[in-house]
Ligand binder design. Structure first.
Ligand code: SF4
Ligand code: MSK
Length: 640
């Protein structure tokens, strides 16, 4: 296929041309080879939950309508879906647990090299969690906070501490629906139990448990991850960085760090700056060490240290194909097993580091928090060794790279809008109330070779900002926006509607704010809470003119995020449908009836412009319900 049909990014297109020329296989090729994909799987109507099966329901009504046990399409679809939620919530939340154990390692093992970077955030968190701080040192407070957070994961009964941050009205909704989350471990175990052969056959009951587990992720595991990462590695503040494959340097040792958890990547930042290692790189003939990120672990070090990002999910194989990636270090989530074979075609040393994420034949350097800095040094040395095996004649690094601003947290927005001396969300609320800003959209999630890479993210965001919608982006979505210049104040403002552009200009921000990695979608929930606290826009998140979208989603984590966002009362549009169309009843519940339960629901729309219009329509409806002023420049917007 023409590379231009596969990605909107010229750098990706160049690498795809190379792949075709050199007959290298990447995810897009494997996607094509997989066609036609299994229709039963797409519709969600195959079941392998016991050995009487596998069973599949005939979607045309001509064959079996029940599995061997008698499970209907509704049961099978709902069971499969909430097992996906369990997978996604587990990934985020286990990440959160790892951060809590890293915080413990930081205080119990000073030799680990970790330091507490944001003591103010630690103090605030301690106060919120009821930790007595008087007379205690930072280490002791951090230890107690980490232990309380760890206990949240296994909490058997009662309400999560972090879920108390939600507005009262929201908590009441959850209690009434029986979906106030307990510890995520319990919620996930319950999903696995409930979906076992011969347990729950009620699709609505199954979906409610899916919601409960997802809420335990968003208001539990992911939120713990975000908060403790800020404590340990520092709360991000807006900074300038660069992204795309062009950040790799032909004359440097290039070390790419890929995955999700900053425990290792943050330490690699420190190690890569050590003079001894830089000298070793120079002795090997390189000009220095270039560290660059991929996916969310890349975003973690981008927004805290300005380390460049080589790209998003679909860039991972393309980065190896530059023939200049000396080491690619992966931790957990979103690294493709296909990297193993591809890196063998080059000199790249692919290194796994987590006991949870290995691959046959791939070199493993075990990451241990207690010796984090030592492990990071070992990885850098591996990259330097690999550099000497590089074949300079094969190196082809695309020139493309672009500046971006990242690091807009819910906390920082206070200062950004209200100023250092009177931090406040008031200016944002006022801009929404007066009709300069129509509403706020969270455009998040992955990439997927099913779509032209980046196209849906970018077109949706352009349509939204044109209609005065402030966009918050995370993960791969934010990186797609960055590659198009949408994270630059000037470029972004040119594309924004007049009302939004005026606000952006007044505070010096782009109309698309990069708020972090996948787990940082929890920051969007907190931002909604802050807007409500500021007043004038209702009592509950479901009152706000806000919407969510995952236009190019692919992972189970995206489904969990979707469910906790909708469960928090936010209308959300997914690009392609979740695998539920095999049950019209489940589909109806997710896209309509769920709104009666939680005040939000899903929609599926592959066309990004239409999807953006659906989100805008939803915001208009909410504005009307709140009796807000008409949009200031509506006629200009309508005239294009
Ligand atoms: Fe078939 Fe029921 Fe077993 Fe699923 S649980 S494989 S539908 S018999
Ligand atoms: S990395 S989960 S592809 S956003 Fe978080 Fe990107 Fe999706 Fe992975």
């Amino acid at each position: 296929m023409d590379p231009k049909q596969r990605s909107i990014d010229p750098a990706a297109q160049q690498m795809l041309e190379r792949a075709a020329r050199e007959e290298l296989c990447v995810s897009w090729d494997r996607f094509d080879a997989m066609q036609p994909q299994c229709g039963f799987g797409e519709l969600g109507i195959c079941c392998r939950n016991c050995n009487m099966g596998p069973c599949r329901i005939d979607p045309f009504g001509r064959g079996p309508q029940e599995g061997v046990c008698g499970a209907t399409a509704d049961t099978i679809v709902a069971r499969n879906l909430i097992r996906m939620i369990a997978g996604g919530a587990a990934a985020h939340s286990d990440h959160g647990r790892d951060v809590a154990t890293t915080l413990l390692a930081a205080v119990r093992h000073p030799e680990s090299g970790y330091k507490i970077a944001d003591e103010a955030k630690l103090q605030a968190l301690a106060e919120e969690l009821g930790v007595e701080t008087d007379g205690k040192g930072v280490e002791q407070i951090a230890e107690e906070v980490a232990e309380i957070c760890l206990a949240e994961f296994g909490q058997q009964e009662g309400e999560l501490k972090f879920a108390q941050r939600a507005p009262e009205a929201r908590k009441e909704t959850w209690r009434k629906a029986g979906i106030m989350p307990r510890g995520i471990d319990r919620e996930i175990v319950q999903i696995m139990h409930q979906t076992h052969i011969g347990v729950d056959g009620d699709y609505k009951n199954l979906l409610l448990q899916g919601l409960r587990a997802a809420l335990g992720d968003g208001w539990g595991g992911s939120m713990v991850a975000t908060d403790l990462q800020d404590v340990l590695f520092g709360s991000p503040e807006p900074l300038q960085a660069r992204t795309n494959l062009g950040v790799m340097k032909a004359d440097h040792v290039n070390i790419l760090v890929h995955g999700h958890e900053p425990a290792l990547s943050d330490m690699l930042v420190e190690a890569a700056r050590e003079q001894e290692l830089i000298d070793q790189a120079r002795e090997a003939g390189a000009a220095g060490i270039q560290l660059a990120g991929l996916c969310c672990t890349g975003t973690e070090i981008l927004m805290r240290h300005g380390i460049p990002s080589a790209g998003s999910f679909l860039h991972q194989e393309l980065a190896v194909m530059t023939a200049a990636a000396d080491a690619m270090v992966v931790d957990v989530q979103c690294w493709m097993p296909g990297l193993a074979r591809l890196s063998d075609c080059f000199h790249t040393r692919l290194l796994t580091t987590s006991y949870k994420a290995k691959f046959p034949g791939v070199e493993h350097i075990q990451f241990e928090e207690e010796h984090a800095l030592e492990v990071a040094r070992k990885i850098i040395r591996a990259g330097i060794e690999a550099y000497s095996k590089r074949e300079p004649s094969r190196v082809q690094i695309p020139q493309e790279s672009i500046d971006l601003i990242a690091g807009f947290t819910a906390d920082y927005v206070h200062t950004l809008l209200g100023g250092k001396f009177r931090p406040s969300y008031r200016p944002l609320n006022d801009a929404i109330i007066q009709g300069r800003i129509r509403g706020v959209a969270g455009v998040v999630g992955c990439e997927n070779p099913r779509h032209k890479q980046g196209y849906c993210h970018v077109e949706m965001m352009k349509e939204l900002i044109k209609h005065d919608v402030l966009v918050l982006a995370t993960g791969c979505s934010a990186l797609a926006a960055a590659r198009e210049g949408l994270l630059q104040p000037e470029t972004g403002r040119e594309l924004a509607g007049r009302g939004l552009a005026e606000v952006c200009e007044a505070v010096g921000m782009p109309p698309v704010l990069h708020v972090g990695s996948c787990v940082d979608n929890s920051r969007i929930l907190i931002a909604c809470c802050e807007v409500l606290k500021e007043g004038g826009l209702g009592e509950d998140i479901s009152d706000l003119p806000v919407a969510g979208a995952a236009p190019e989603w692919m992972s189970e984590k995206a489904i969990s995020i979707g469910f906790y966002v909708v469960g928090s009362g936010i209308y959300t549009v997914f690009g392609t449908p979740q695998p539920v169309l095999g049950s019209p009843k489940v589909n109806e519940w997710l896209t309509k009836e769920m709104e009666q339960v939680v005040g939000g629901c899903f929609d599926w729309e592959p066309d990004p412009i239409k999807a953006a219009q659906m989100m805008i329509e939803h915001m208009n409806k909410k504005r009307k319900e709140l009796k807000l002023a008409p949009m200031m420049y509506e006629e200009e917007v309508a005239a294009g």
